[in-house]
Design a protein around this ligand. Sequence first.
Ligand SMILES: Nc1ncnc2c1ncn2[C@@H]1O[C@H](COP(=O)(O)OP(=O)(O)O)[C@@H](O)[C@H]1O
Ligand SMILES: [Mg+2]
Length: 364
Amino acid sequence: MRRRILITGSGGIGGANFVRALREGAKLENEEIELVGTDYNSYHLELPDLDYRYQTPKHTDPKFLNTLLSIIRKHKIEFLHPHPSVEARVVSENKDLFKKEGVLFYLPRPVEIAPDKEYVRKILSERGIPVPKTVKISQMEDVDRAFSEMNPPLWIRAVRGAGGRLSLMVRSPEEAKCWIKLNVMQKRANVDDFIIHEYLPGRDIAFDSLWYKGKLITSYSRARLEYPLRHISLSGITGTPSVAITIEDDRINKIGEEAVKALSPEPHGFYSVDIKEDAQGRPFVTEVDGKWHTTAPLWGLSFAKINKINYYNLTYVYIKLGYNEQINYSLPKYNLYPAGYTMVRQMDCGVIILGPEGEKWRIV
Ligand SMILES: Nc1ncnc2c1ncn2[C@@H]1O[C@H](COP(=O)(O)OP(=O)(O)O)[C@@H](O)[C@H]1O
Ligand SMILES: [Mg+2]
């Protein structure tokens, strides 16, 4: 069998990681695979190991969907994986178009992909899941209210977008107002696009989970230790970490699982949860999204390489489930990757895993 898969946004870091994990998974299994990739950016499109590559319009362009459909017809695509959440959302919204072509996909509902942070905060707190204290900004005066209700420093950010978009630690109402004013002036946002939280100084944790028709297939957690290029970023948060360590923590697993269930009545696909701890080590959910964290395919690839077991490769498992195939391996619901493994990655320097006993593996 030769699988024919289309990956959109394949030139982004997460998309390229997905392609790499898919290739390695097929190799380990001696499976043939044909990979067609798209990207909006023609330079980045050259990076992943694809059989065919196409530049596509932006997901907001009316031509985006038709371009995907014509690629699907031309290459007789069997499975469609839109990687960036903005593209996944558009595909999920237009599911029927792709169903008509007989293409398989394995995606959450549109409302579960890249949701608004204020929406997420509300549904989580309704379910009693801990979320940071928050003031939604509708007008500038709300900034003063935020500082009267919460002790500085505070954390301001945009309600939409990813990668810590427009985030900054602010110590006074003046700082927060300047930040809003500058971003409004430079047309990156409107005043009411901001939200202010209590600042959580503790661990920065990611919970990654794969679900199938409401059932949790497997999950793992890790703590982010360093971000790349943080010294030239104002917030220090540059989206995806350069150093992270696997953790096993029952509290985190429980909160992560509950957060996904709060977002979705029947989770189906890959879901990411971000959790930040306060000074006392109490966890608070800052984000839940039906998307792949950037390094999720890379963690899978790493543990599959280290253990020579393909079921650690969640990209491979996702494709098998997406093709409605049987999983002949008993995956643990939690802690798929044991604690104490550190992933170190850096632009142009590859990826290594450092084991808890001083081992070292070169992954990329
Ligand atoms: N209240 C907060 N206090 C301190 N840091 C925060 C807070 N909320 C988010 N962050 C940091 O910003 C990062 C990005 O926030 P997150 O909620 O994951 O949204 P997104 O990834 O969509 O930008 C988090 O991983 C965390 O490091
Ligand atoms: Mg996040």
